[in-house]
Design a protein around this ligand. Structure first.
Ligand code: COA
Length: 214
């Protein structure tokens, strides 16, 4: 992990430049906001702000995370983020361990939306399964931008790949929705990812993509 605040890249975004740097504690609120806007109706978003914040707090606390944000160099506004793990199973073990701490946030979410119970149970099983799995690659677990199509996502992805490679990883992997998600799949395919298979998660069918790091 580079030192906090170190410059990683300087893509152009409109007339100003976006800077890519490691995520810090003070970025959490902005990261949560970008996540909520970029992933409406998704599980983590539906779990509510406290849970989402706890998730990104765990990302920051976990020693083998790669957590980058892009900011506007003029305004300092957070333009997007990319988050993942050099040791995915280690992260999911940490997050499973924090479950007790997350109970109030989980209870609030269920009171607000009882239909979440099924998904929470499914996700608990998945987190436990991933914690046990042996994955020899860096997982890109979420990437999102405040405004699509300005080049920020591409730059974040490139910076993420550079960090992963510099840390010794040989490949990246991710999962994304198979259906109704052509633009995002195209985004990954144009950036060197190839389809490696599918997995079903409840009603969702996901594509698993991999990219070898040169
Ligand atoms: C996917 C995402 C991170 C891409 O970031 P971005 O800044 O829009 O990407 P760039 O501007 O660098 O590149 C645009 C490319 O993404 C694709 N794209 C995906 N979603 C897009 C959208 N909503 N608007 C415009 N372009 C989009 C375009 O097809 C374009 O492809 P090309 O340049 O290879 O031809 C961003 O659209 C986003 O945050 N989406 C919502 C969250 C999400 O679905 N994340 C991925 C979860 S697996």
């Amino acid at each position: 992990m580079p030192t906090a605040g170190a410059l990683i890249d300087q893509p152009r975004v409109g007339k100003s430049q976006a800077r890519c740097r490691p995520m810090q504690q003070s970025d959490l609120e902005a990261v949560v906001k970008v996540h909520q806007a970029a992933f409406p109706g998704f599980f983590l978003t539906r779990m509510g702000r406290p849970f989402l914040r706890a998730y990104y707090q765990a990302v920051l606390d976990f020693g083998a995370s790669i957590a980058l944000i892009a900011t506007d160099e003029n305004t300092g506004a957070v333009l997007g983020f990319a988050v993942g793990f050099r040791d995915p199973q280690g992260f999911y073990a940490l997050f499973a361990h924090r479950r007790r701490r997350l109970l109030p946030a989980i209870a609030l979410a269920v009171l607000r939306d009882p239909t979440l119970v099924k998904e929470i149970l499914r996700n608990m099983r998945r987190v436990e399964a991933q914690a046990r799995a042996s994955v020899d690659a860096v997982e890109l677990s979420s990437i999102a931008v405040a405004a699509s199509g300005a080049g920020v996502g591409g730059v974040l992805l490139a910076a993420f790949a550079t960090h992963a490679r510099d840390g010794g990883a040989r490949s990246l992997f991710l999962t994304t929705d198979a259906d109704g998600n052509d633009a995002v799949r195209h985004f990954y395919e144009r950036r060197g990812f190839t389809l490696d298979g599918h997995e079903d998660r409840g009603d969702r069918r996901l594509c698993r993509y991999v990219r070898t790091l040169g």
